[in-house]
Design a protein around this ligand. Structure first.
Ligand SMILES: NC(=O)C1=CN([C@@H]2O[C@H](COP(=O)(O)OP(=O)(O)OC[C@H]3O[C@@H](n4cnc5c(N)ncnc54)[C@H](O)[C@@H]3O)[C@@H](O)[C@H]2O)C=CC1
Ligand SMILES: C[N+](C)(C)CC(=O)CC(=O)[O-]
Length: 471
């Protein structure tokens, strides 16, 4: 299948990547002499990101071509996506030319705000297919226009992993840009009036409601905020605020019984099959997943959690061994069997190794300075299942810690007393520049030798076993 992209800037480049990575051939027309370089760079990022959200390989990538002539680019395409700058005069010039050269193609316009009736004033039959940046990652695409064309378009877009939202009536700026525009306009006032800086406004979004919106949107979130009494109660509580100066947008719908019934009724249809507690758990699991993802990069709320965690009390000791991890098992670590999945036993061992490395001075600064330990072997014994919410405590024993070698035995204790697994790990000290093994710094070697001496007399039951060995 062939897609053509007319206008290969920020959005056209994202569309090109979305189609290519889903196996479509893509032909691009853009008069910008830098278009090929720019799309190449977008594609490099898209190749890095999009496959990372899938557990199955995407189809083999299609062929990318650039054309000096627009008719050449769109000829034979099943889909043409117009993504030229947002001026109606330019769209009026480009769309009829596309329609003439690709009479059988679905023509989608990326326009952020124009209505199909405006776009097609020259007699074309384009639909609005409004995506969100980055187009190769965000699923939403708003479809506006002829229903039969939108239905066909929706099928194609689903085939490249998108979420088409067919808008019932054409309206300036569709749905999502209306919402974004309201927030944007309000933010501009807040900055202009000296109430908040751009950074404070961004923090007010990403530390709070932005995280909720990512997983439940507006109405389901507010349904939960109404507690057991639900949406109608929420509206009764906050409806009067519509008449107060809570926003510069004072052209609000009249707050009356009819509006409450309309919103509450639609909210019941959307979420009434789930209890408020069930919705809360769903929301919480989603937020936990998002927050844990944010911790990896340290962005926004993820950085707050990491900083808070560092201020929590030291983990102490158990059975003469340092405790290197203690946490309740998160629901995200469990699988279809209802218990902690095998991969997370290794994750717990890995986190414990990281913690122990930091304890001997091979911490983040040491790694940033170019030295670290690499794991070269692990052996896991699964001895007992662990359920979500159960407290998992990991102790770490040094079996050997001299020269380049660091040999650890992690014991995973359920509720502090039942041994549920052992993770035996062999790590080698490595120079991060040469990527070859090397000796640790003197201070690290000294601390390690000290821990090894303290652990030498402790029984290491279960260490040194191999797969299939009889008890
Ligand atoms: N940037 C954004 O966040 C979003 C933009 N959009 C919409 O996507 C469309 C494109 O916006 P951007 O990609 O941001 O603009 P952009 O300025 O990054 O890209 C526009 C591209 O069109 C090319 N171009 C100009 N005249 C052309 C012509 N006659 N034929 C072919 N190509 C031509 C330019 O060289 C440029 O590469 C607009 O309609 C915009 O409203 C939609 C969603 C988000
Ligand atoms: C600012 N904008 C109107 C161009 C935004 C969009 O159209 C969608 C987006 O990606 O935010």
């Amino acid at each position: 299948m062939k897609a053509a992209i007319v206008g290969g800037g920020v959005i056209g480049g994202g569309w090109a990547a979305r189609f290519l990575l889903n196996g479509w051939d893509v032909a691009v027309f853009d008069p910008d002499p830098e278009a090929e370089r720019k799309i190449g760079e977008v594609l490099t990022n898209a190749r890095r990101a999009l496959p990372a959200v899938y557990d199955r390989a995407l189809p083999p990538e299609g062929l990318l071509s650039f054309h000096a002539d627009m008719a050449d680019a769109v000829a034979g395409a099943a889909w043409v996506q117009e993504s030229v700058p947002e001026t109606l005069a330019l769209k009026h010039k480009v769309l009829p030319a596309i329609a003439a050269a690709a009479p059988d193609a679905i023509i989608g316009s990326s326009t952020s705000g124009f209505k199909p009736s405006e776009l097609n004033a020259g007699g074309t039959a384009a639909i609005v297919a409004h995506p969100f940046n980055p187009v190769y990652l965000l699923p939403l695409v708003e479809l506006v226009g002829d229903p039969a064309t939108c239905t066909k378009a929706a099928e194609i877009l689903r085939g490249i992993g998108m979420f088409p939202l067919h808008i019932r009536k054409e309206i300036d700026a569709h749905i999502a840009d209306r919402l974004l525009e309201a927030v944007w306009r309000e933010a501009l006032w807040l900055v202009k009036d000296g109430i908040a800086t751009t950074e404070e406004i961004d923090e007010s979004i990403r530390m709070g409601f932005g995280i909720r919106w990512a997983q439940m949107g507006l109405f389901e979130t507010y349904r939960i905020a109404g507690g057991e009494a639900g949406m109608a109660h929420f509206m009764a509580q906050f409806g009067p605020a519509l008449a107060w100066p809570w926003t510069k947008l004072m052209d609000v719908p009249e707050f009356n019984d009819e509006l409450v019934a309309l919103i509450a009724g639609q909210s019941d249809a959307q979420s009434g099959h789930l209890s408020i507690r069930g919705l809360e758990r769903l929301r919480d699991d989603n937020i936990v997943g998002i927050l844990r993802a944010l911790r990896r990069s340290g962005s926004g709320a993820g950085g707050v959690i990491t900083a808070h965690e560092e201020s929590l009390p030291d983990l102490g000791q158990q059975d003469g061994l340092p405790v290197t991890m203690r946490r309740p098992v998160p629901v995200t670590w469990t699988d279809a069997n209802g218990h902690m999945n095998e991969t997370h036993y290794l994750e717990a061992g890995s986190l414990a190794s990281d913690r122990f490395m930091a304890m001997v001075g091979a911490d983040a600064d040491y790694i940033a300075a170019g030295k670290s330990y690499f794991t070269v072997e692990n052996h896991i014994r699964y001895l007992d299942e662990v359920l979500a919410g159960e407290m998992l405590t990991v102790t770490t024993q040094v079996l050997a810690g001299e020269g380049k070698r660091l040999h650890l035995l992690h014991r995973l204790w359920k509720d502090g007393k039942r041994l549920s697994a052992t993770v035996e790990s062999l790590l080698l000290h490595t120079d991060l520049q040469t990527r070859r093994t090397s000796l640790p710094d003197e201070a690290v070697a000294r601390k390690l030798a000290d821990w090894a001496a303290r652990h030498a007399g402790i029984e290491a039951e279960g260490a040194g076993r191999f797969v299939g060995q009889r008890p």
